[in-house]
Write a protein that binds this ligand. Structure first.
Ligand code: GLC
Length: 583
């Protein structure tokens, strides 16, 4: 068992910034680093201690910065290196940490490495990427498809070979089997650590090691096939251990979180077991993706609450003592949390708070995505022409060229596009929501006059203030909420998500109604007994509903009044339960 000291990083609460949409400082309609600096007091006020910055490096922005041309320079759109250094200083000055995004699976095709690589077959940089001659019949070297659809290979006329790109053809994959590539990456990691960075988020990290035979896949998927030949590929753990040894370990206390989809519990444990010295955590991506068809990222699928509980419970229980993970309900790649999992109409505030309660009371490290803390909602996009999201646009073109009904594909894309998360942050009710004095690069959501930071600062019971209370509570009770055990209850219940968090001396209970209907339930008898001494710590409804005709479902002291019904999207946290009786 590790000491409490060495586990301090587990108590972090992280705020993700998508810089282009956060705050503009110079009126060009794009968020930038000086804009972020001007909002640091706000970020600090939420109670978080770490900021993860989505990419701010030089980039042609085919994929909003996830296509990098220079890993050591700041994109002029975002500011200068001096601005970035001031940001770091200001973040540290407020007692917070700064994490950078590392995009290591691919670069932009405009990166100098790739320009040299494609200049000739003998160029020393050729082997920085993955090139193959192609089949005799003029077909690509294998049948893998990119995440965007169509072959994962593009033919380079000039040098007469194909190069691999799991994403856009303007994002060629790096060849991690080349030790020089790995050394470049290690050096770059040390460069940022020397500058004072505290940690990293590693983009798409579990696809960096490909089966060197590059065999055909027998999956028949239009997008993203070939997984088994590169997801958690043959050398990924070896390479990460090396990156840890020669990169992250360069500075003590560096914290790392990897983006890795399609992982088993064994995989997660391999990436994050402290003994193995790879990463500190990877994101739990399975639950935020629950409503998405695994074979088609723009198709939705029906899901049930017991399914979600099964996922959460599996991660919570199976990784104890052998791994760690990051929890999130929204990020720059997903539609808005409250629109997707909650109700962005009648129960907007209740459902946003209920979802936050789940993320912030589980075992794992919570991540907040900008705007989530004020309940920002999906944008009412009406046409594909409004979208910037390259994945959405590519998907649309690809699917319609393959004969699918354009209207149906457009409907799917407008619902699922990542641009919902990328509309500007809503600061106040002035023009463009206080994001810019110019023309915003993405439209501001029309609801900004009601949903904005300034308005929520004025209301004690706003979503924003609820986040502040939740985070403060998590800190105060870190021994139980961060480090304690998770015990699921009511696993088959269709509406109620309920669990106990406990250690040897303390116990808490979380009750969440995931539906827009009242939810009746009965707790197991032993939990009821424990509740006799409990008190209500936090909830998203007032404890008593005088005269509303609604049944009260919480009490200042639970006492005999153990709740048996939750109001729509109600969340309640009880503390001070009697420790469970042994035997
Ligand atoms: C990750 C990023 C996403 C990006 C992709 C390719 O999934 O989160 O935004 O498009 O990797 O870099």
């Amino acid at each position: 068992m590790m000491t409490q000291q060495s586990e301090a990083w587990k108590e972090k609460v992280v705020y993700q910034i998508f810089p282009r949409s956060f705050q503009d400082s110079n009126g060009d309609g794009n968020g930038d680093i000086p804009g972020i600096i001007s909002r640091l007091d706000y970020i600090k006020s939420i109670g978080v201690d770490t900021i993860w910055l989505s990419p701010v490096y030089e980039s042609p922005r085919v994929d909003q910065g996830y296509d990098i041309t220079n890993h050591r320079e700041i994109d002029p759109m975002m500011g200068t290196m001096e601005d970035w250094e001031r940001l770091l200083e200001e973040v540290h000055g407020r007692g917070m940490d700064l994490w950078m995004d590392l995009v290591l699976n691919h670069t932009s095709d405009e990166h100098r490495w790739f320009k040299r690589a494609r200049s000739s077959k003998d160029n020393p940089y050729r082997d920085y990427y993955i090139w193959r001659p192609g089949e005799k019949d003029g077909e690509p070297p294998n049948n893998w498809t990119s995440y965007l659809g169509g072959s994962a290979w593009t033919y380079d006329e000039a040098s007469g070979e194909y190069y691999l790109h799991l994403y856009n053809k303007k994002q060629p994959d790096l060849n991690w089997d080349n030790p020089k590539v790995r050394e470049e990456i290690q050096k770059m990691v040390r460069y940022w650590l020397d500058k004072g960075v505290n940690g990293f988020r590693l983009d798409a990290i579990n696809v960096v090691s490909k089966d060197s035979e590059l065999p055909d896949t027998n999956e028949s998927k239009l997008e993203g096939s070939g997984y088994k030949h590169f997801k958690n590929g043959p050398n990924v753990h070896k390479y990460l251990r090396e990156l840890n040894e020669k990169g992250f370990s360069h500075k003590e206390g560096t914290v790392t979180v990897g983006e890795a989809s399609m992982v088993s519990m064994e995989d997660v444990s391999r990436y994050t077991d402290p003994e193995r010295k790879e990463l500190n955590m990877i994101f739990m991506m399975e639950s935020p993706s629950i409503g998405t068809d695994p074979d088609d990222s723009f198709k939705t699928r029906e899901w049930t609450l017991p399914e979600l509980k099964e996922i959460v419970t599996r991660w919570e229980k199976e990784l104890v003592d052998r791994g760690w993970f990051g929890l999130f309900a929204s990020n720059h790649d997903h539609a808005r949390m409250v629109s997707h999992f909650g109700d962005d109409g009648k129960y907007w505030a209740e459902s946003a708070k209920m979802l936050a309660t789940l993320v912030h009371t589980l075992w794992g490290t919570p991540f907040i995505y900008q705007g989530e803390e004020i309940g920002m909602t999906d944008y009412p996009f009406e046409s594909i022409d409004q979208l910037d999201d390259q994945m959405a646009r590519h998907y649309y073109d690809f699917r319609t060229q393959n004969g699918e009904d354009p209207q149906e594909v457009e409907r799917r894309v407008l619902a699922g596009t990542r641009d919902h998360a990328r509309t500007p942050m809503q600061w106040d009710d002035s023009e463009h929501a206080g994001f810019t004095t110019g023309k915003p690069w993405m439209p501001v959501h029309p609801n900004y006059r009601e949903i904005n930071v300034h308005a929520q600062e004025q209301h004690e019971h706003s979503i924003l203030n609820y986040y502040r209370k939740l985070i403060a509570m998590r800190r105060e009770h870190a021994d139980v909420i961060v480090h304690g055990e998770y015990v699921p209850l009511l696993e088959e219940h269709e509406q109620v998500f309920a669990y106990i968090r406990r250690n040897e001396t303390s116990q808490g209970l979380v009750l969440l109604n995931f539906s827009d209907q009242k939810a009746e339930f009965e707790l197991p008898e032993d939990v009821g007994v424990c509740l006799e001494s409990a008190y209500r710590m936090l909830g998203n409804y007032p404890p008593h509903t005088e005269g509303s005709g609604e049944e009260a479902s919480g009490n200042d002291s639970a006492g005999d009044d153990v709740p048996r019904v939750l109001r729509p999207y109600e969340a309640i946290i009880f503390g001070g339960l009697k420790p469970a009786q042994k035997g």
